[in-house]
Design a protein around this ligand. Structure first.
Ligand code: CMC
Length: 436
């Protein structure tokens, strides 16, 4: 860590001696107070459940300005990446720090492409699952299982192992997600086809079959590629922090990424796209646009436990820039498929309009997040609702592995070990069983 830019003084109202702490300035964004010596000097911990005010690491990968609604990967605005680059370039950027030139892009794409096939034995491992299992349950198992199939790239202290594990994860996730889908519907697995793009290959593995030639629709291919770019990284979110914490024990990258997949599954995080589409379908089934007002009243009633899924974000207190791009993509895909009058799209536009004007949402700075429109796009492409979070996991894998490798390369990294404010019983003696 660099030297302090300035200092902060912590004083106490109980006459305990005050303490000076270094403050560091990032390249952009809030400064951080270094509290590492706090416990040693005062015997106190800080208390911050949910990490509302805690920077858990230093990172040079992704920056979010939640007030402005800005998202930068390695300094580049998401709007420019989504419109001028493809997912392979974005992966290169996140992993290695810069956009590839044409030659490097070809080399990188070739490297990923030649790792798309999975170990043949993995299909037998997959067959152990129930066919009606949730794809995220299957995916958590498959990604964790990769450490059993690729144990020649599990040594995180070896930079070559880290590199090859990263490429394997990025290359094989689409294959595994598509296999989980095909298994669920009882169709044969489709081997990857390496003359297709990353997104095109995924579409073919999902929707192709061995009996017919599959022709990739370029509009859908580009839409999927954009979904991948928009979900590729998002600084220290819950699943990325899980990957870092899990990886901090020195475990292998496949195990750490499996932990990230498990965390992503939750409805407050990656599971929100599935929850959002289910919500739209429920409103539609109960009366559609006529029921929007009633539904919004439920959302605003704290006792109902109902939330407007796809709305709100811990960091964005403005329109999520990914939601704008996703809304554009949504329009393009629906137009391509002749679904301009899609009732769920109309419903989501109506919900968005009401929410953006309603005091409840305005006061709390709740705006649409990326998941608000991504479900509609994916559904239009033909992806089943329970696979949405799997698509998110596929796209976020590059972010997870870039963050994990950054952590391992950081000389200040230590095993993550938070402390607690203990509120349980103080020491007591075990009474004999007949006295309990
Ligand atoms: N609908 C209704 N009220 C909401 C919503 C919502 N979607 N989100 C937040 N609020 C209210 C919440 O009740 C609270 O009100 P009050 O101050 O009166 O108690 C206030 O807004 C602040 O909410 P919070 O839960 O304290 O905020 P948080 O930062 O802990 O949670 C969140 C962020 C994303 C979990 C939450 O906004 C949420 O549950 N949203 C719906 C789920 C969702 O769309 N998640 C996807 C996030 S983006 C993709 C990803 O990161 O994976």
């Amino acid at each position: 860590m660099k030297l302090a830019d300035y200092k902060a003084t912590l004083s106490f109202s109980n006459n305990s001696p005050s303490m000076e702490m270094p403050v560091y300035q990032g390249s952009v964004g809030p400064d951080v107070i270094d509290i590492r010596k706090l416990y040693g000097q005062t015997g106190m911990f800080t208390y911050d459940p949910g990490f509302l005010s805690t920077a858990s690491c230093q990172s040079a990968i992704t920056y979010i300005d939640g007030d402005k609604g800005e998202l930068l990967y390695r300094g580049y605005p998401i709007e420019q990446l989504a419109t001028q680059c493809d997912f392979m370039e974005t992966c290169h950027l996140l992993l290695y720090g810069d956009l590839p030139n044409a030659q490097k892009k070809t080399e990188f794409t070739r490297l990923v492409t030649t790792h798309t096939m999975v170990h043949e034995q993995m299909q037998f491992f997959l067959r152990g699952f129930r066919r009606d299992a949730h794809p995220m349950a299957v995916l958590t198992g498959l990604v964790g299982g990769m450490s059993a199939f690729y144990h020649d790239s599990t040594d995180i202290t070896n930079p070559q192992h880290r590199e090859i594990a990263a490429i394997r994860l990025i290359a094989k996730l689409p294959t595994l997600v598509a296999m989980a889908y095909k298994y669920g519907i009882g169709q044969p697995f489709m081997y990857p086809q390496n003359n297709l793009s990353y997104a095109g290959n995924f579409l073919r593995m999902m929707f192709g079959n061995p009996c017919e030639e599959y022709v990739v629709n370029p509009v859908l291919e580009r839409a999927l590629d954009r979904i991948f770019i928009l979900h590729a990284d998002h600084e220290q979110n819950a699943s990325t922090s899980t990957v870092r914490l899990c990886g901090s024990s020195g475990t292998n990258p496949f195990a750490a990424i499996a932990a990230g997949v498990a965390c992503l599954w939750g409805p407050a995080h990656g599971g929100a796209n599935e929850a959002c589409l289910n919500m739209l379908e429920e409103i539609q089934a109960s009366g559609g646009l006529n029921k929007v007002g009633e539904f919004m009243n439920q959302v605003k009633d704290k006792n109902s436990g109902v939330r407007l899924m796809g709305f709100g974000h811990r960091v964005y207190k403005n329109y999520d820039p990914r939601a704008k791009l996703m809304q554009e993509t949504c329009k393009e895909v629906l137009a391509e498929l002749g679904l301009e009058n899609d009732p769920l799209f109309k419903l989501s536009m109506a919900l968005e309009k009401i929410a953006l004007e309603d005091d409840y949402f305005v006061q709390r700075k709740l705006y649409p997040n990326v998941d608000f429109y991504s479900g509609i796009v994916q559904r239009a492409i033909g992806i089943p609702v329970n696979l949405f979070t799997g698509i998110f996991a596929l796209a976020r894998t590059v972010g997870w592995i870039a963050q994990l490798n950054e952590m391992i390369g950081d000389p200040e990294y230590k095993i993550g070990r938070p402390r607690q404010l203990f509120t349980g019983s103080a020491r007591r003696d075990v009474p004999p069983i007949n006295q309990r």
